[in-house]
Ligand binder design. Structure first.
Ligand code: G
Ligand code: G
Ligand code: MN
Ligand code: NA
Length: 255
């Protein structure tokens, strides 16, 4: 297919770029984290969102070099922001289950090698999805533990949309649970979603994990989550994903 041909060109042609969405500490208002989200500047088709090319990248295994590019770019950006914004700044990157498996097959766990020792501990958060935890391959748990040993934190993305039982949470080394935006959207109108968010936060906290709520779009949702003790939040109410320069400017005016 044309797009998969173009995707091969895209890596060498430097057509990918990252946008960053701020993650706000709901208790202190500090912004010390951002989620990196890939976009493809196609020469003819304009900007293509990840939903339209990640699956092609997975089928062709191009997801492995693309993932490596994302990781290296995000780290380079984070090093800059640790100098210009805050020495504790952190970036989160997304990793799909297929990507996780492909890297394993290729023995491609370069993650640790790129980070510069102890000063770069807690510089990166890897976001995985519940689906990955259902993978019978027990290496998942061991590899996540290796990430943590290397100073890379682990977040469980889109939490609540997968099939995994809550009991899965305690079996895996996870630092953050990200409440899916489908549970945040109706906070303020749905008492069921409110109960769900409250339960997720209580359970995560009792297991020693922190919680990030996704898709916060208004003040009411923010206040409900903050009152429930939710640790972090992201969403259009704070900011859309931004290009690096716009992101830095946004953080400056936020403070
Ligand atoms: O940024 P946007 O809302 O369009 O992202 C849509 C989806 O693409 C999200 O599920 C997000 O996790 C995924 N995504 C964004 N960037 C990356 C990336 O660098 N790698 C992978 N595997 N998925 C990504
Ligand atoms: O699956 P993942 O959580 O990685 O997806 C992140 C995606 O969610 C990004 O593509 C981002 O553009 C999108 N997103 C971020 N904040 C909001 C929001 O407040 N509302 C909606 N509808 N989408 C959001
Ligand atoms: Mn994510
Ligand atoms: Na998500």
């Amino acid at each position: 297919m044309q797009l998969s041909h173009d995707l091969h060109m895209a890596i060498n042609g430097q057509q990918f770029f990252l946008e960053y969405q701020p993650v706000v500490n709901l208790q202190t208002n500090a912004v010390l984290k951002a989620e990196a989200l890939i976009r493809w500047q196609h020469p003819d088709k304009g900007v293509i969102p990840p939903m339209e090319f990640i699956c092609i990248a997975e089928d062709t295994l191009l997801i492995v070099p693309i993932g490596e590019w994302v990781f290296k770019s995000a780290i380079e950006q984070c090093r800059q922001w640790r100098t210009s914004l805050n020495p504790d700044f952190q970036v989160a990157i997304n990793k799909s289950p297929v990507q996780f498996a492909a890297e394993y097959k290729r023995q491609h766990d370069w993650l640790k090698e790129i980070l510069h020792g102890s000063s770069e501990r807690n510089m990166v958060v890897v976001e995985i999805t519940e689906r990955l935890l259902l993978d019978a391959n027990t290496q998942v748990s061991e590899r996540l533990a290796k990430y943590q040993q290397a100073g890379v934190q682990v977040a469980l993305d889109d939490f609540g949309t997968g099939y995994s039982a809550l009991s899965y949470l305690k079996k895996f080394p996870i630092d953050y649970v990200k409440i899916d935006r489908s549970f945040v959207g109706e906070l303020g109108t749905s008492t069921e979603d409110e109960a769900l968010c409250r339960a997720i936060i209580m359970m995560a906290h009792s297991l020693g994990m922190q919680v990030i709520a996704e898709g916060i779009e208004n003040q009411r949702q923010l206040e409900i989550l903050r009152d429930m003790g939710c640790d972090f939040g992201q969403g259009f109410y704070f900011s859309r994903p931004l290009r690096p320069d716009d992101f830095a400017a946004w953080v400056q005016q936020w403070q």
